[in-house]
Design a protein around this ligand. Structure first.
Ligand code: SF4
Ligand code: SF4
Length: 300
C-alpha cells in the first residue's frame, strides 16, 4: 500500500496535542482561495520554481531528460511546458531553486520515520497527525497508516475538511483518536464561492460526528474579507452548540506563509499581500463565539 505525500514534519507542535509527526497528504477536493499549502491541492507531483534562489550552477541543464532547463545568454531559463516532473533537476539543485512536491511512499517507509519519535509522543501525549491536502482523498492509505500507528501504540489525529459522505468516511473517522475538522462558512453559496463546493456535506457530517464517540475540534480559518464576519462566526458557534463531543472550537488567524509557494507554482493567489487580522479583532470574534455558550479559543 502506498500513497502520495508532500512532507513528513517531525516535532510539529501545532497540529494537535503534544509533540507530533505530521504527514501531509497530497490532493484535495476543495479549492480554498486562501490555502497556505497550495502544493498539496493537486494529487500528482508538482515542481516549484524558486527562481530567486538560483545560483546559475546549470546542474539542472545536464540532469533534465526533457531539456526543460536551458542556459541562455548566461542565465538559467526554465520551460515548464517541457517538464515531465521526473524530479531529477530538484535532486541536483542544492540551491533550493527547483523543489519537487509529492513522493509516493509506502506505509512501511512512512512508519520508519514515525516510530523514531515514539518516546517523545509518549512523554508529551502527542502522536501522529494525518493532514494535507485532504486525507479523505487517500482514505485506504490513511486507514493503513492509522492501523500501523495503533499497532505501535501511537495515537492518531486526523485533519480533514469532512467533505465526503458520512457512510464512506465513518470507518476511518471512528478509528481516529482525535478529529480536527474545518467549518469555514455557514452560508453555502459563500462556501462555494471561496472553496469551490457547497457546505451541505460538511454540515451533515458535523451533525453526525457525535455518534462516533471520537473527540473532535472544529476550526475556522479566519480570512480577511472571506470568513471573518461577525455573522459567520456567530452562526458557526450556534451550529456547534449541540455538539456533545466537541472538545473546543478554534479560530485560526489567516496564514500568509504560503504566498511564495503560489509564485513558485505559477498559481494565481487571491490573497497576495493580505495580512493576518489584528489580535484585537480575533479577540472580538472569540468573544462572539463564546457568547453562544461553547468552549472556544483563538490562535492569536
Ligand atoms: S540547478 Fe538550481 S541553482 Fe543550478 S542552475 Fe539549475 S535551478 Fe539554478
Ligand atoms: S522535473 Fe524532470 S523533466 Fe521537469 S524540469 Fe526537472 S528534470 Fe526536467
Amino acid at each position: 500500500m502506498d500513497g502520495m505525500i508532500t512532507e513528513i514534519e517531525r516535532f510539529a507542535l501545532n497540529d494537535g496535542p503534544g509533540i507530533r509527526t505530521t504527514i501531509f497528504f497530497k490532493g484535495c477536493d476543495m479549492r480554498c482561495a486562501w490555502c497556505h499549502n497550495p502544493e498539496t491541492i493537486h494529487g500528482g507531483r508538482d515542481l516549484h520554481d524558486y527562481a530567486r534562489n538560483c545560483i546559475r550552477c546549470y546542474k539542472c541543464v545536464y540532469a533534465c531528460p526533457s531539456k526543460a532547463h536551458k542556459r541562455i545568454d548566461g542565465e538559467h531559463r526554465f520551460f515548464p511546458n517541457l517538464c515531465i516532473k521526473c524530479g531529477k533537476c530538484a535532486q541536483v539543485c542544492y540551491a533550493g531553486a527547483m523543489v519537487m512536491s509529492g513522493e509516493r511512499m509506502t506505509v512501511e517507509s512512512v512508519m520508519a520515520q514515525v516510530v523514531q519519535d515514539k518516546p517523545y509522543y509518549d512523554d508529551s501525549r502527542g502522536g501522529v497527525t494525518l493532514s494535507g491536502g485532504e486525507v479523505l482523498c487517500q482514505q485506504a492509505f490513511a486507514m493503513a497508516i492509522t492501523d500501523a500507528c495503533h499497532a505501535q501504540g501511537i495515537r492518531v489525529g486526523l485533519e480533514t475538511n469532512l467533505n465526503k459522505p458520512f457512510d464512506d468516511i465513518a470507518p476511518l473517522l471512528s478509528k481516529a483518536d482525535l478529529i480536527m475538522c474545518d467549518l469555514k462558512l455557514m452560508d453555502s453559496e459563500a462556501h462555494r464561492k471561496w472553496t469551490g463546493t457547497g457546505n451541505e456535506t460538511v454540515l451533515d457530517n458535523l451533525r453526525r460526528l457525535d455518534s462516533l464517540n471520537v473527540p473532535y475540534i472544529v476550526r475556522t480559518p479566519v480570512v480577511p474579507g472571506a470568513t471573518d464576519s461577525d455573522e459567520n462566526i456567530a452562526a458557526i458557534a450556534a451550529f456547534l452548540k449541540p455538539c456533545r463531543n466537541l472538545t473546543y472550537y478554534e479560530l485560526l488567524n489567516f496564514n500568509p506563509l504560503g504566498q511564495p509557494k503560489y509564485e513558485s507554482l505559477s498559481l494565481p493567489n487571491a490573497f497576495a499581500g493580505v495580512k493576518p487580522l489584528p489580535k484585537a479583532r480575533m479577540q472580538e470574534l472569540l468573544a462572539l463565539a463564546r457568547e453562544a455558550g461553547i468552549q472556544a479559543r483563538a490562535d492569536a
